[in-house]
Design a protein around this ligand. Structure first.
Ligand code: ZN
Length: 81
């Protein structure tokens, strides 16, 4: 067993041979695929969910350093002007 589960897609029509109920979908570690068990057509599904996940993970984080040394100076300037 490879651990890859293939699932038939009910009512799906193969874009290559136009046969119905021959399409299975399965995932490997990185990608999702659909495959026609009749003619061997395979298509990689570029899932939008994967792209969304990448976006979330790449949100820049603002690292706030402690501006202790500047606080006194800035306050003084503000008060004087
Ligand atoms: Zn086919």
């Amino acid at each position: 067993m490879t651990g890859i589960k293939k699932r038939f897609v009910a009512g799906a029509i193969c874009p290559a041979c136009s046969k119905m109920d021959k399409i299975v979908t399965y995932d490997d570690e990185n990608e999702s695929y659909r495959e026609c068990v009749s003619c061997g057509f395979v298509e990689k599904l570029s899932s939008m969910m994967e792209k969304a996940k990448e976006k979330v993970e790449s949100i820049p984080v603002n690292i706030v350093t402690h501006p202790v040394n500047n606080i006194g100076k800035k306050k003084k300037d503000a008060d004087e002007s």
